[in-house]
Design a binder for this molecule. Sequence first.
Ligand code: FES
Length: 197
Amino acid sequence: MSSAPENNGRRRFLTLATAVVGGVGTVGVAVPFIKSWNPSEKAKAAGAPVEYDVSKMAPGQLVRVQWRGKPVYVVRRTKEVLAELENGHNDQLKDPTSTEPQQPEFAANPHRSLKPEYLVALGVCTHLGCAPTYRANDFNEIVEGVANGFYCPCHGSKFDMAGRVFQNVPAPTNLVIPPYMFTASGSLLIGVDKGDA
Ligand code: FES
């Protein structure tokens, strides 16, 4: 796959994005920054929550939001993706039932999320920290029979659309799910555990 240069570009993009709360992009397409609730730099450094309105996300879209200096991948999962998670490839995964402490309690479920429709996960490979590439509809070039997932170009780790790591790759664990909740208006608030609300 030839995604390494693209990935380097994305990392540079993310570095530049540290001055704002949120960055947004879809696969292979540069998209302008989003407007988002923007706490002070000091508050952000201390880990202030970051809000993002998911209501305008298209099915299948991935958005990158900066939180505590790290990229958080937010994906609006399609019905096809949800069916793919339900119909299962659990026998190919290292930790299909999320036994490792890689997520808040509320996300220890098959979707690893609060709402099945939205994946919210750190876009940081659990091997050595590269940014996995979102492969929408062509992941089966990498894992036969699974159409959507994430591929880490650094050393070949693979994750499904719940951020669960496949077997026989260097990444030891599933992608980390950060604490988050949805506000009364439906916005995503990253950095606040649902249990704290
Ligand atoms: S950093 Fe992702 S596979 Fe090594």
